[in-house]
Design a protein around this ligand. Structure first.
Ligand code: AMP
Length: 190
């Protein structure tokens, strides 16, 4: 069983790459952003709560996010492994994930970061916002706030996973195929 955390700033290509990796390695793809958006679309209580944070580009509170993620994992007991996309985003989430997986006799196999320059990513998100319909992709101020959230709360996870010897990084700039190959090379080396 392999459990991979796909790590990177907003717009780095995590969702795009996850689509390929989940097929290739038969993994269950869990994107917390996608699950929140699904709940917003269906007007659930969770969706309404998440929306108030997402619309500003703020992170949704840890407790809400952790509970949601754990229940999604529980829904897939037959899974051969998980591809976590957009989770964990804080140290508290990473610690909760470790404790949760340990309780199941499992753990994170590796965290792989897609690296890219901020300015390239901001432009990518603004471009995506023209078609994605996502409010948080359409306003440069909200996008900048998402980077600030990343720098303050998510970047410390690099040290967290490095200390466990589980952090790997690949260049996220290139064609989709090139980046998939780089990620596959890391997974093959695990
Ligand atoms: P994403 O689709 O991964 O870019 O996530 C979109 C938004 O959903 C983020 O800006 C946050 O508001 C929220 N979100 C997604 N994943 C998390 C998480 N792990 N922790 C807190 N908020 C999250």
């Amino acid at each position: 069983m392999i459990n991979i955390v796909l790590f990177g700033k907003p717009g780095a290509g995590k969702g795009t790459q996850a689509e390929f990796l989940k097929e290739k390695y038969n993994l269950t793809h869990l994107s917390t952003g996608d699950i929140f958006r699904f709940n917003i679309k269906n007007e659930t209580a969770l969706g309404m709560l998440a929306k108030s944070y997402m619309d500003k580009g703020d992170l949704v509170p840890d407790e809400v996010t952790i509970n949601m993620l754990q229940s999604e994992v529980e829904k897939n007991p037959e899974s051969a492994g998980f591809l976590f996309d957009g989770f964990p985003r804080t140290i508290a989430q990473a610690e909760a994930l470790d404790a949760f997986l340990t309780g199941k006799g499992q753990g994170i196999t590796a965290t792989i970061a897609l690296e890219a320059d901020d300015e390239i990513l901001v432009q990518r998100l603004l471009e995506r916002g023209k078609t994605s319909g996502r409010a948080d992709d359409q306003d440069e101020e909200k996008i900048r706030n998402r980077y600030q959230e990343y720098n303050e709360k998510t970047a410390p996870l690099i040290g967290f996973y490095q200390a466990q010897g589980k952090f790997h990084a690949v260049d996220g700039i290139g064609t989709i195929e090139e980046v998939t190959k780089r990620l596959s090379n890391v997974i093959a080396s695990l």
